[in-house]
Write a protein that binds this ligand. Structure first.
Ligand code: ADP
Ligand code: ZN
Ligand code: ZN
Length: 813
């Protein structure tokens, strides 16, 4: 007899598999979806391995194959294992990423009655037990859910257990209904010969049943069944008319499965490849030459970093590389940040590969997702496009994975498994032999470091491909807000920015005002010299805590009272900073009363206005000034925008995170890329108290190299990634003191384990309150592990309930 190691869909299964015997006559493969008994339940499982011997003495048998059969292909089985090991996530959480949408479902419990002995004394039962037994007796078999409706959930379960105990009823398990069903449409066809139908139509016509006659004649002309939707369009009839013909045995209704297609190709014309510029050509050729060479099991996957400023023609390279892969009989996946997955972005791919593009994202109905998944799996789509989870699309013959805007933080999943799409893509490429293209104008510092070291191949597109030679990257002006204060200007707008806004609005051009509002009023800054108080050990800005009236380091928990005067210039004008977009909107309304304003942030889009609505309103020039958070920075192409104002670069600069500089550089560069996309050209104005900060200076000069050099030096000095890896452990509990104690206990345990195992290069930072110290009534404390491979230690230690573990976190806040 053979055995299978199965990943079981149960929260208590955690990172392990369970051994099951394979009953004789059942053929099981690796990757197969099966039903397995687990405790007193029947659960879903995926077979990850076949073995000759079980890993435990006593095994139960696999109950059966889940219908319709599902088989994960070998690379995805390995990928699931890797995800669970690397991110320390429950195994089934990892497996679930690769299952078809709507796959996870439960077995339903049914209760049926056994023979009741003649001499059984019914009066020995409680009234509830009798009531339940009667219900079951009446129908022979009822679902537990039905009983729960009558008796209440708790009660039903107890009563059933009691009845089972007395040998009166038994439980059985059946598969729950599939939540996602293929979509069917009604089709009509004749049930009789066409000639017969015509005669019948003539008779109906005489009897004044005109509409029945017309429908019958129409169907007599068709060679195959016609959908009800089409019948309604072509013939004047309704359901009663059709039903009448069905009842007379003349017409037949069939349910025929139809495909839903989320991309509407109406209005999309096909596009031809553009003639590449020289820079594009040389980048393309490198990718082209690596596409046929790659094979499974090679030593390392081919990863390209395509570093090109906004508008440099990266997307055209993705398109041509995809075409090349398709020519070789392979397929591709294109990943974009969720917010960039606009109809325009989809259209660029859909028009190059008509009817061969699948889209996967959470806004589709479950049915649509299911259909797309099936189409992809059947090999019908050359290109799959979607946000991070699209990396798990079951694309056969995967040849190319593109990650656009690879530096985006949203590529990190924030629920278990907390994977980073880039790392998953590279692992998947390793398992399948696919090529990876990472594209960005402002590559992640870690990615660029790998490209510098030669782990990835660096391709550059230094120039914009613009319609007119003149409009290259926009001019960027940095305004020192301390000078404004000296001149007595206390408004949110510097003199330069006010003038530029007024001028743009007067010339009927458009303005974007950007303010990264995250972390409202948390850091404190001297309004005279711009000095921000930082932790002496961690270099991150100290965060103000209202409750204690103190400054706290959110990395190491260092604390100090709020100083009365600035430690640098002794000014007493120390201010809490934190201006939100709403306040900005109000001030802009006063200052530019003639301009029409539009605000775009998550507060607005949470309501009834979608991103798309706001964007198309602005595009249609129904507003002059668009005010927003980082949303306005992403991939918009707005030709009328000639001015972009960054109201405060300091908000992101002073977040208590070692990546604050990188984050600021990326945001400023992206925002700056919004201006001057059209023939009108454009300028960018950045307001800040830290004009000398390297991230601000580099962004103003569109100079990635100088930013990178500074940043990588700091990372090396402070032992931060990419020179080390991090793991962030967060404990949350309603009681703050308990939270802190548990975090301290965990730290002691980790140090003990580290030392007893002799792991040298692993340090523990904290515990400290998390940046968001209290979330939905629960306090949160954080502990950071930094070293060559923190997960190696963590995987050996039981992590109690209440902790979350984030391996390779992208944010410390
Ligand atoms: P990116 O993805 O780097 O932001 P895009 O691929 O969107 O850049 O290119 C910017 C603009 O330049 C687009 O309008 C695109 O159609 C155009 N473009 C790209 N490559 C070429 C080319 N080789 N010839 C002409 N126009 C091009
Ligand atoms: Zn000062
Ligand atoms: Zn500190």
């Amino acid at each position: 007899m053979g055995y299978a190691e199965v990943s079981v869909n149960s929260p208590i299964a955690q990172r392990r598999t369970f051994s099951y015997a394979i009953p004789s006559g059942l053929s099981i493969d690796v990757g197969q979806a099966v039903w397995v008994p687990f405790g007193d339940k029947l659960l879903q499982g995926i077979v990850l391995e076949l073995t000759d011997y079980p890993s435990v003495e006593e095994t139960r048998e696999i109950a059966g194959v889940i219908e319709p059969p599902l088989l994960l292909s070998p690379p995805y089985v390995l990928l699931a294992r890797w995800l669970s090991e690397h991110y320390l996530s429950p195994l089934f959480d990892a497996v679930a990423l690769m299952l078809p949408p709507g796959f996870e479902r439960k077995a339903l419990t049914f209760i049926s009655v056994l023979l009741i002995p003649h001499d059984f004394d019914l009066s020995s039962l409680t009234p509830e037990q009798r009531h339940a037994l009667e219900l079951v007796q009446r129908q022979g078999k009822v679902s537990l859910r039905q009983l729960e409706k009558v008796l209440g959930k708790k009660k039903a379960q107890t009563v059933v257990s009691q009845l089972v105990g007395r040998g009166l009823v038994v439980r059985s398990y059946e598969l729950g209904p599939i939540r996602v069903k293929p979509k069917y449409e009604r089709y009509l066809s004749l049930k009789v010969k066409a000639s017969e139908a015509r005669q019948e139509a003539a008779r109906l016509h005489k009897r004044k049943a005109i509409r029945q006659a017309t429908l019958l004649n129409f169907l007599a002309q068709q060679s195959k069944p016609v959908s009800w939707v089409e019948v309604r369009q072509r013939v004047n009839c309704n359901k009663t008319v059709a039903d009448a013909l069905v009842n007379k045995g003349l017409v037949e209704v069939q349910q025929i499965e139809v495909k839903r297609e989320p991309i509407s190709y109406r209005g999309i014309t096909s596009s031809e490849p553009l003639t590449l510029t020289n820079a594009q050509k040389s980048a393309f050729q490198s990718i082209q030459s690596s596409l046929p060479k790659t094979a499974k099991g090679q030593t390392s996957p081919a990863v390209f970093l395509l570093h090109g400023v906004t508008g440099s023609g990266k997307t055209e390279i993705y398109l041509q590389a995809l075409a090349e892969a398709i020519k070789l009989g392979k397929r591709g996946i294109v990943l974009v940040p969720e917010i960039a997955l606009t109809p325009q972005a989809i259209e660029r791919f859909a028009s190059r590969f008509p009817h061969k593009v699948a889209v996967l994202h959470s806004k589709l109905s479950l049915g649509e997702q299911f259909d797309e998944w099936q189409r992809i799996r059947n090999g019908e789509c050359d290109v799959v496009i979607g946000p991070r989870s699209a990396i798990f699309a079951p694309q056969p013959d995967l040849g190319l994975i593109v990650i656009d805007e690879e530096h985006e933080w949203t590529y990190k999943q924030d629920t278990s498994p907390r994977y980073h799409t880039r790392d998953v893509a590279i692992k998947l490429a390793d398992l399948t032999g696919a090529v990876v293209i990472l594209g960005s104008a402002t590559p992640d510092v870690g990615t660029f470091y790998h490209a510098q070291r030669g782990d990835y191949r660096l391709l550059r597109l230094p120039e914009r491909v613009t319609p007119s030679e003149g409009s290259s990257l926009p001019q960027v002006k940095v305004i020192d807000l301390r000078d404004e204060l000296k001149a007595g200007n206390r408004s949110l707008f510097s003199r330069s920015l006010s003038q530029a806004i007024a001028k743009a609005v007067a010339s009927r051009e458009q303005v974007i005002l950007f303010l990264n509002r995250r972390g409202a009023a948390t850091f404190i800054q001297c309004r005279s010299c711009g000095f921000v108080l930082r932790c002496r050990r961690c270099e991150v800005p100290l965060t103000y805590h209202f409750t204690e009236d103190a400054l706290v380091c959110h990395q190491c928990n260092y604390r100090m009272p709020v100083p009365q005067s600035c430690p640098r210039c002794l000014s007493r004008r120390i201010k809490f900073l934190g201006v939100g977009t709403q306040k900005l909107e109000r001030e802009a309304g006063y200052t530019f009363s003639q301009a029409r304003l539009l605000r775009w942030d998550s507060d607005v889009t949470r309501g009834k206005h979608s991103h798309q609505e706001i964007l198309s309103k602005f595009r249609a020039h129904e507003a002059d000034i668009l005010i927003g958070t980082q949303m306005v920075a992403k991939g918009l192409d707005l030709p009328l925008v000639t001015l972009v104002g960054v109201v405060s670069a300091d908000t992101s600069l002073n977040l208590p995170d070692f990546r604050a500089g990188e984050r600021t550089f990326q945001l400023l560069s992206q925002v700056a890329g919004r201006a001057g996309r059209g023939v009108l050209g454009g300028q960018v104005i950045i307001q800040t108290y830290s004009p000398e900060h390297y991230a601000v200076r580099a962004a103003a000069k569109h100079d990635y190299a100088s930013f990178y050099d500074k940043e990588i030096t700091y990372r090396r000095q402070l032992h931060n990634p990419p020179f080390t890896r991090l793991a962030c452990l967060t404990y949350s509990h309603a009681n703050d003191a308990l939270c802190q104690r548990e975090a301290e206990r965990m730290k002691r345990l980790l140090i003990e384990e580290r030392d007893s195992r002799g792991i040298a290069d692993l340090s523990l930072i904290g515990p400290a309150p998390a940046f968001i110290h209290r979330l939905r009534g629960r306090f949160r404390w954080q502990l950071i592990l930094r070293g060559a491979k923190p997960s190696a230690l963590l995987s050996q230690i039981p992590i109690p309930q209440g902790w979350t573990v984030d391996i390779d976190p992208v944010s410390m806040i």
